[in-house]
Design a binder for this molecule. Sequence first.
Ligand SMILES: Cc1cc2nc3c(=O)[nH]c(=O)nc-3n(C[C@H](O)[C@H](O)[C@H](O)COP(=O)(O)OP(=O)(O)OC[C@H]3O[C@@H](n4cnc5c(N)ncnc54)[C@H](O)[C@@H]3O)c2cc1C
Length: 419
Amino acid sequence: MKVAVLGAGVVGVTTAQALAAAGHEVTVIDRQPSPAMETSFANGGQISACHAAPWATPHMPFKAFSLMFRADAPLRINPLRWDPALWGWCLQFLANCTSRRFELNMERALRIAVYSRAMLKALRQRHNLKYDHSTGGLLYIYHDKEALAEAANLAARLGGHGLSQMVLDHDQVIAEEPALAQSTDPIVGGILSPEDETGDAHTFSEALAVVARQQNVTFQFDTHITGITAKDKYTVSIETTIGSMEADAFVVCLGSDTAPLLKPLGLSVPIYPAKGYSLTAEITDSEAAPRRSITDESRFMVITRMGNRIRAGGTAELAGWDRSINPNRMSPIIAGTRALFPHAADYSQIKPWAGLRPSTPDSVPIIGSTPYENLFLNTGHGTLGWTMACGSAQVITDLVSGRTPEIDISGVGLDRFTR
Ligand SMILES: Cc1cc2nc3c(=O)[nH]c(=O)nc-3n(C[C@H](O)[C@H](O)[C@H](O)COP(=O)(O)OP(=O)(O)OC[C@H]3O[C@@H](n4cnc5c(N)ncnc54)[C@H](O)[C@@H]3O)c2cc1C
């Protein structure tokens, strides 16, 4: 089949490669000059199935409201912003803030994340991909006993889904990550998730694009998709800055730009951008830098070692499609990294970055068909697009190819919002 993949972020590139491996003739279209230049460019680097707990929890409405008016809050919604897409999304988010929905959404996200981790390992071995990856597991740290107890409770529930995690006291945390002994923030304990991994999603996407080209995938960069149009009741074609295009199947991997492009088709896709920030810095003292990836839940941030660099990322702001870097939002990430690893890097020499997480109200991606027979979706991966990319790519490839995916995909399609 002739398949066009719309978007060359980590989700689009993995999708294109999986489709080509299944024997399809694939073209990828993206407005950027090379792969993974937008949200997949400088993310936190974690392949973290154990982080699949959705944002929408029973406590979240209170938490979000109490943070609403703080400019440096880790989670921020501007209450004065007039944006029907935002408020529609927020209402759907609130509907997911129940214990029952939390469990359901976590189980759905976990299915994709765990499958994806296995697919990534297989892909890495098959093609000998290098992307500053580490298989040393992830460490979650906590600054108060209540938060640690809550996390231990969640770890026990994840154990029920087959994910192993270990609860550590302060000394065990330092033994696992000696550089944290220099932290100026007190650490009461942590959770080690040994099977999770890390790596640079941008480097990975570039390496996989090389493999994809060898499998005859065509990358059409510097090309803006200006519209997706209904040809008739059942099929679509696309308009781009270099002309219109037809295909047997289109797979939308447009991240945060998905919803506005699909709206004219009458498809309401609840994906809203949650802006996050990261810093990347050269490590100046290896012993003072983390050996693996650290998640500091209270600061809503992750710090990951990528070869001789550290990457720290976090915060979320629901404020539309603006990608500019706001120093007020960047400074808590610099402060948090400096507090945990004061001597790891020269923090006056960081590379700042901002990206838009394509977020759904239930923290589950949207993978599957649409009412148009030649239009498929693989998008809305929110905080876990790198974690879920390889598995989502295989699932959508199976669906486009008319095969049954290897995992249960109930509850991950667009129809869960329309039913
Ligand atoms: C601060 C931060 C930290 C994160 N940390 C992690 C982490 O540790 N682990 C994890 O798993 N995930 C993490 N994420 C989330 C992850 O980065 C995203 O889920 C993932 O990058 C989404 O990939 P994507 O391919 O769907 O979107 P994108 O990478 O945004 O790709 C979409 C592509 O579509 C193209 N496009 C859009 N519109 C058009 C158009 N009209 N015409 C042509 N091309 C178009 C864009 O150019 C882009 O290349 C983090 C995100 C942020 C912001």
